[in-house]
Design a protein around this ligand. Structure first.
Ligand SMILES: [Cu+2]
Length: 252
């Protein structure tokens, strides 16, 4: 073990944090990053609006971890670090598709916060646990700030480039709101769908195993031609967590 690495024996002499005078920057980074991620989850769940159990559990564990930092620093670091690691990996699996769609800022920024924020928080947790040098904590904070600024800038530019398509005479209007499709959409030959996503987050209008797979950015309307033989088709929204969004498309 390196001389700069605190061990458990030093903990009792330094009740605020084990051993190192360098550790405060990491602790602060850990507390700030995990608080921001938890706040992002709360805002996200409020906007949807829906309680997502793993995110709610993460928020609760973050509050517990931050509370523990004052009385049992190492326990607090362990709770915050492990929560960030586990939910960060989950976010990579589930939320990373949103990273390709900056034009839907709620999903995109939440995904950035969930994936990158939790990765950085995990690093901060390791730094705090090991009592690593303060210079590293400063670099982490600078990197996090730069990444957040870049993500917001990319999203702002993307939002400006996404514009709604106006419905044309004869189009079949389909409103997507409250994470619901109309139960049945019946389209006549030659008609075009006018899909109006009124939600502040992304959806898709997808008929599995066909070419009909339309991305619907937040608060945006999209025209989509239907090139399918007459019949009845199941429509889904191809976004993790939106499995309840279904409809039937009838092509006359
Ligand atoms: Cu959806």
């Amino acid at each position: 073990m390196r001389a700069t690495t605190p061990d458990h024996a030093t903990t009792s002499r330094h009740p605020t944090f084990p051993g190192s005078r360098h550790a405060n920057g990491w602790l602060r980074s850990l507390a700030i990053l995990t608080s921001l991620v938890a706040l992002g989850d709360v805002v996200f769940m409020t906007l949807i609006p829906e309680v997502i159990p793993p995110l709610a559990l993460g928020v609760a564990l973050t509050l517990i971890g931050i509370g523990l930092l004052r009385v049992r620093p190492r326990a607090g670091i362990a709770v915050l670090g492990l929560t960030s690691l586990v939910l960060g990996l989950l976010a990579v699996l589930i939320l990373s598709p949103h990273l390709a769609h900056p034009g839907s800022p709620v999903d995109f920024l939440h995904a950035v916060l969930s994936v990158a924020g939790r990765a950085l928080a995990t690093v901060a947790g390791v730094g705090a646990w090991r009592g690593a040098s303060a210079a590293g904590a400063r670099r982490l904070a600078t990197g996090a700030l730069g990444l957040a600024s870049a993500a917001i800038a990319v999203s702002a530019v993307a939002v400006l480039t996404v514009s709604s398509e106006a419905a044309r005479p004869g189009d079949l209007p389909v409103v997507v709101a409250g994470s619901q499709f109309p139960p049945t959409v019946t389209i006549e030959p030659g008609q075009t769908l006018h899909l109006d996503n009124q939600d502040v987050f992304r959806h898709t209008f997808t008929v599995p195993d066909t070419d009909l797979d339309v991305d619907l950015p937040a608060t945006t309307a999209v025209r989509a031609a239907v090139d399918l033989p007459p019949g009845s088709y199941d429509v889904i929204c191809d976004i993790a967590g939106h499995e309840h969004m279904t409809a039937v498309l009838v092509v006359d």
